[in-house]
Design a protein around this ligand. Structure first.
Ligand code: ADP
Ligand code: MG
Length: 335
């Protein structure tokens, strides 16, 4: 028997619109975020992600619509009266203060006694694995460490909701992957609801419980990573999340296609189309191909390199192939 618990939304946007001058940044947005979720706003630059975050934080007022935190309308509350904290991409640490002083700053501003505030700050620094660095100044840290201080500074307030606006955007790829895992761990341990902004689909897919895909001030789809990748609601989502082949109104992901010799038998119930390899890019674990089908369509294909070399069909530009995929692998967009 399946038991379902219905958690009420911790953040609700109802018909929220925002324009700057005449330009629409957000057009009537509806959004529910559940308590404890890692919820991501994903979309290209200028699609309205930061505006949405700033509205939730209280740095902006909506032109129309309601914003509710824990069911209560917060339209009239200033940022510091909302149980929400924000982490930005530029860490904005105080350079002349130590890490402990940086993290304790907000608590001191709320009149917490110094010893207590610094003890809380030490704990928050330990949570982001910087317990030994409390006496240092920000200039003595790496980029990734500074971002962790910014995180500790937000989390020390124990907010109900943490808003993160492209927090890892300034880090190199390896550090970014480390920090992604770190953020997931922190979110899991604290149970704080994270609303996370990124334009990086890999980051969104790997970290999120649910994702809202933004385009031009609208939400195209809200769903789990699986939903968005396997069952995109629109062509925009199919295209923005992962690589897609659009065949008519159907979506065929590159990894669902196998390339085989022209004369090899085709499995029953499979589609098969002949074509010529135009490009072959070996990436170690996988090889990416571009295949021009005989009907003129261009097909992106990804093969895993799991078969021992020598046994494997090694394909180069100019090779004739049969592109084969199970009929069910091509899904109708919007279904
Ligand atoms: P994203 O974070 O997805 O890149 P934003 O929410 O920052 O997008 O911006 C959405 C749209 O609103 C963009 O067209 C942007 O130029 C515009 N915009 C955002 N903030 C302002 C502002 N303070 N003044 C004027 N236009 C703005
Ligand atoms: Mg932004």
């Amino acid at each position: 028997m399946e038991v379902k618990t219905i958690t009420p939304p911790i953040v609700q946007l109802e018909g929220v619109a925002k324009s700057y001058g005449g330009a629409v940044a957000l057009a009537r947005l509806d959004l529910d975020v559940r308590a404890g979720e890692f919820f991501t706003l994903l979309g290209p630059s200028g699609s309205g992600k930061t505006t949405t975050l700033r509205l939730i934080a209280g740095f902006e007022r909506p032109d129309t619509g309601r914003i509710l935190l824990d069911g209560a309308d917060v339209a009239r509350l200033p940022p510091f009266d909302r149980n929400v904290n924000t982490v930005f991409q530029d860490y904005a640490l105080f350079p002349h203060l130590t890490l402990v002083e940086n993290v304790a700053y907000g608590l001191r501003a709320k009149k917490m006694p110094k010893a207590q505030a610094e003890a809380e700050a030490e704990k928050a620094l330990e949570a982001v694995k910087l317990g030994a660095y409390g006496g240092r100044k920000p200039a003595q840290l790496s980029g990734g460490q500074r971002q962790r201080v910014a995180l500790a500074r937000a989390m020390v307030n124990k907010p109900r909701v943490l808003l993160l606006d492209e927090p890892l955007g300034a880090l190199d790829l390896k550090l970014r992957h480390q920090m992604q895992a770190e953020l997931k761990r922190l979110q899991h341990e604290t149970g704080i609801t994270f609303i996370y902004v990124t334009h990086d689909q890999d980051e969104a897919l790997s970290m999120s419980d649910r994702i809202a895909v933004f385009s031009e001030g609208r939400i195209e789809q809200v769903g789990t990573p699986f939903d968005l990748y396997e069952r995109p609601a629109t062509e925009f989502v199919a295209d923005f999340v992962g690589t897609s082949n659009i065949l008519g109104h159907a979506l065929l992901r590159p990894e669902k296609v196998r390339l085989q010799p022209l004369d090899a038998p085709v499995p029953e119930g499979a589609n098969a189309k002949p074509g010529i390899v135009r490009e072959s890019i070996y990436l170690g674990a996988v090889t990416r191909y571009q295949v021009v089908l005989d009907d003129g369509a261009l097909l992106a294909v990804m093969e895993t390199n799991s078969v021992p070399l020598g046994n494997r069909l090694r394909l180069n530009a100019g090779d004739q192939v049969l592109a084969v995929w199970p009929k069910a692998a091509a899904v109708n967009i919007g279904n």
